[in-house]
Design a protein around this ligand. Structure first.
Ligand code: BDR
Ligand code: CA
Length: 321
């Protein structure tokens, strides 16, 4: 099988770690590197979490780069209330011995220049991508596909009534990418990702499948589940980022439509993705905005890949997924 080359740009972050786990367990993908930006946690903490996640899968051969440490214009606001002070649900894991490289933005540019068919899956604020585009737009001529977890269409936000976290943290960065990327952006926003809920039942289930393999997932999601209960009265946690990876692998998982999108960068609606679904602006569509997903198919795919060998049980378990 010809593997698809990808860079994962991320801010780990609990659901980023789960998305990386999914990517590492997907043989269709060749991960060329992880680039980290500030978002859920400051980038240097996020990079340590990226290393930890790679270590869990024995893949410390994949390079981790720190990119931009501050949004283009806004002051950094992290989500440590959601992901914990350490970004890993306050497990405060021992630091992994591994190298964290600098200049993530240059890594993105060089990788695009030296390969014809690299895709980017962005799971955090779009600061690294905006900076790379500003520095060398030409390099992006080689970009294959671009998937961004972020934004909202018809659903409420998670940082304000209208804004999703990744675009709200760096609205200028997000808007710049929507306006300048030479490829259509697959917008995997809250309309679809909020359907993806990891429940205590599923966690209990994976513990029964394989205690050792499920340990990390169980540990990091505990804090996240508490947060969801306190904030939203939900039993379980919304895991946004893995859907972006899953959709990159399998287009049948989500449906959407092409539209022009831009991101508001000031005022009451700061961070909102404006999806021009009625074509008021008469601008060429720059995004494919996802509106529907099949959450059960996603969850089965996610679990079957991470818990290989248990495919039949996962397919047939009743009342859990
Ligand atoms: C996004 O914000 C972050 O907290 C998550 O990691 C995800 O990328 C969801 O709004
Ligand atoms: Ca993220």
């Amino acid at each position: 099988m010809k593997k698809r080359k990808i860079i994962i740009d991320c801010d780990p972050g609990i659901d980023d770690a789960l998305a990386i786990l999914l990517a590492l367990n997907s043989e269709e993908l060749e991960i060329l590197g992880l680039t980290v930006t500030s978002g859920n946690v400051p980038a240097r903490i996020g990079a340590k979490n990226a290393l930890k996640t790679l270590q869990i899968c024995g893949r410390l051969d994949i390079p981790v780069y720190v990119g931009e440490e501050l949004p283009l214009k806004r002051e950094l606001v992290t989500a440590q209330d959601t992901h914990g002070d350490d970004g890993m649900g306050e497990n405060f894991y021992e630091e992994v011995e591994g190298t964290i490289l600098d200049n993530g933005v240059d890594f993105i540019i060089d990788t695009l220049k030296n390969n014809k068919d690299v895709s980017i899956i962005a799971l955090g604020p779009l600061t690294n991508i905006a900076k790379a585009l500003m520095k060398d737009k030409e390099a992006f001529a080689n970009l294959d596909e671009f998937v961004s977890m972020g934004g909202t269409f018809r659903i409420h936000g998670n940082c304000s009534p209208v804004a999703e976290f990744n675009y709200w943290v760096d609205p200028e960065g997000a808007d710049y990418v929507y306006k300048h990327l030479p490829k259509k952006i697959h917008m995997v926003g809250l309309d679809v990702t909020r359907k993806i809920v990891l429940t205590p039942n599923i966690i209990e289930f994976i513990n029964r499948l394989d205690k050792e393999k499920s340990k990390f997932i169980t540990e990091i999601t505990r804090f996240y589940i508490d947060f969801h209960w306190d904030q939203e009265g939900i039993i379980g946690c919304v895991i946004n980022d893995p859907l972006a990876v899953a959709y990159f692998i399998d287009r049948n998982l989500c449906k959407g439509f092409d539209s022009y999108v831009e991101v508001v960068h000031d005022g009451i609606a700061i961070g909102q993705s404006i999806v021009d679904s009625f074509d008021f602006y008469k601008n060429k569509p720059n995004a494919h905005v996802l509106t529907h997903t099949d959450e059960k198919t996603f969850m089965k795919m996610f679990l079957k890949r991470i818990f290989k060998g248990y495919e039949d049980v996962i397919d047939n378990i009743e009342g859990v997924i």
